[in-house]
Design a protein around this ligand. Sequence first.
Ligand SMILES: Nc1ncnc2c1ncn2[C@@H]1O[C@H](COP(=O)(O)OP(=O)(O)OP(=O)(O)O)[C@@H](O)[C@H]1O
Length: 283
Amino acid sequence: MSTPAISIQNLTKVYPIPFKREKVTAVQDLSLTVEAGQVYGLLGPNGSGKSTTMKIVLGLVTPTSGRTEIFGRDSNTVESREDVGFLPENPYFYKYLTGAETLDFYGKLCGLSRAKIRDRSKELLKLVGLENAADRRLGGYSKGMLQRIGLAQAMIQEPRLLVLDEPTAGVDPAGSREIRDLILDFKQRGITVLLCSHLLEQVQEICDRVGILDHGVLIREGVLGDLISIENQTEIILENAPPELLAQIREMIGKSSGRLVAEHRPQKTLERYFLDVTGPKQS
Ligand SMILES: Nc1ncnc2c1ncn2[C@@H]1O[C@H](COP(=O)(O)OP(=O)(O)OP(=O)(O)O)[C@@H](O)[C@H]1O
């Protein structure tokens, strides 16, 4: 089996509260594995320990006990960071820098050569749809554009793993969809993604596997489809079914041991409807 992108073993983090004798257990005996190539959703209510877990994986916070690894390398080693790109929850950007200058800055921080930064920056600005805004200052970017330059920044050193903390926070539905599509694009390129989000509808669309934290404890974990499927029910969606066919089906069900639980028209999501009515008009 290939080395997992992330391995978390019996991780616990207890924060002392300054000037008080109390402590906060942010993460408690957490073990989980993110296989390479997956999009993994780490979910949980506010304060459940998601950001703390991410920061420990990234080597930004020291665990109280347990260990975390990135592609087999302990998170507390500098080498483990070579393979990771990170978009924090509230990224701070220099608003007087342009999009291109921002990528230049992060490229230099990662120790990339001038030529490499130039090529990579051009490629990434195109990928995140900011080619035309490359020379505009970030102070004039919308929230969606800022998150996209944040994603480009996280991708500058061609990481194999992307850690994204709330990548669509504060972004409108069209902007969120663009970010969602970008994440799927990264997955297509073989990049592993660890994602924290409260937008469960989006998580459902893009994640292969999810873990749910509650008060620092992993209460559910598994393949998304398995976790949310209702075991003893079957859904059949028919198109253009004539009334006689529906009547026959109802009659057959009536004669069987099965029970018709619901019969209704499938609905599109509110997001899909919103995008349909606000999106570009078809000519
Ligand atoms: N530096 C810190 N010092 C003390 N307590 C902290 C610190 N960072 C986080 N905590 C506490 O640890 C717990 C988990 O916080 P964390 O930010 O990891 O949760 P989260 O799931 O990411 O929340 P959110 O969804 O609001 O971002 C919370 O009770 C929080 O108050």
